[in-house]
Ligand binder design. Structure first.
Ligand code: G3P
Ligand code: CA
Length: 280
């Protein structure tokens, strides 16, 4: 069983489980979130797509990625095939795909079992029930809206409509202090900043050395600046802090690197391996 023993470590920083606990469980699934909670994650990071019948689905790609999913017959999907497009599927079709049984060479320790992509609403219900049943601290949610055109014929919905749909769902289920929206798509951040001023936003970027230009382009200071960790320095962290932002880098997968970033005074760490997070 994937339900483990609720062994909780306490962390003084925001330990964010990337796609749940991707190093251990099939990514962006309910078991991946439950495992992250057991490992002491304070925030659950996840990505969203949306079906043609308007269901918000937890998935990194808006298609059934051949690296992680089997087709409805249980067969492999050819490499690079993006034709199993979630935006063009109903939810009933989405749950025909097993996205947990296939060996993932990037995460060889992942436990393998049949699991389907969940709806965001079902994932939140399962997490909230789990923490209540086992008297665990309530986690926060770091919700990524993936709305940038990816090429190869994948149609992406209008970022405003997508954001409205996601926020209506989130606000109906959890209080706004318990979630933030993150995006690489500045249109999403700008829209939510204007239309939902109370919502915490995290700006996703690749290269922290360009933070001044990035913030200028965005046009406002988000509450959280979330760069790829490699170019981050303690000077950049300090400058962002002076400007009132938190700094939460992604995706940091060794204890040593997590320790270096915590020494730079980052506010949180996004990791596929919450089990490797330093106790501080
Ligand atoms: O939370 C940030 C991180 O998830 C961004 O990268 O590609 O894993 O969504 P990606
Ligand atoms: Ca993400």
């Amino acid at each position: 069983s994937y339900l483990s023993m609720n062994v909780q470590a306490q962390f003084s920083y925001d330990l964010q489980g990337h796609r749940g606990s991707r190093g251990i469980m099939p990514e962006n699934t309910i078991p991946s979130m439950i495992k992250a909670l057991d490992l002491g994650a304070t925030t659950l990071e996840l990505d969203l797509a949306i079906t043609k019948d308007g269901e918000v689905i937890v998935s990194h790609e808006p298609w059934m990625n051949p690296v992680i999913c089997l087709d409805p017959q249980g067969n492999e999907i050819p490499d690079q095939d993006k034709s199993h497009n979630i935006f063009q599927m109903s939810f009933e079709e989405v749950i025909q795909y097993d996205c947990g049984s296939k060996f993932h060479s990037g995460f060889p320790q992942q436990v393998k079992f049949h699991v389907t992509k969940p709806r965001l609403s079902d994932l939140i219900d399962a997490v909230e029930k789990y923490v209540e049943d086992f008297n665990l601290p309530r986690p926060n949610y770091n919700i990524e809206i993936k709305s940038m055109a990816d090429g190869d014929g994948i149609f992406h919905p209008n970022p405003k409509d997508f954001s409205d749909k996601v926020l209506a769902l989130l606000l109906s289920k959890i209080s706004p202090e318990r979630f933030n929206v993150q995006s690489f798509d500045f249109r999403v951040l700008q829209y939510i900043h204007d239309a939902y001023p109370g919502i915490t936003l995290a700006m996703l970027v690749d290269n922290a050395s360009k933070y001044e230009e990035q913030l200028q382009e965005l046009g406002f200071k988000p509450r959280i600046y979330s760069p790829y960790f490699v170019a981050l320095t303690k000077e950049i962290v300090a400058a962002l802090h002076e400007n009132g932002m938190k700094v939460i880098p992604w995706t940091v997968n060794t204890s040593e690197q997590m320790g270096k970033l915590l020494d730079m005074k980052v506010d949180g760490i996004i990791t596929d391996y919450p089990n490797l997070a330093p106790r501080r």
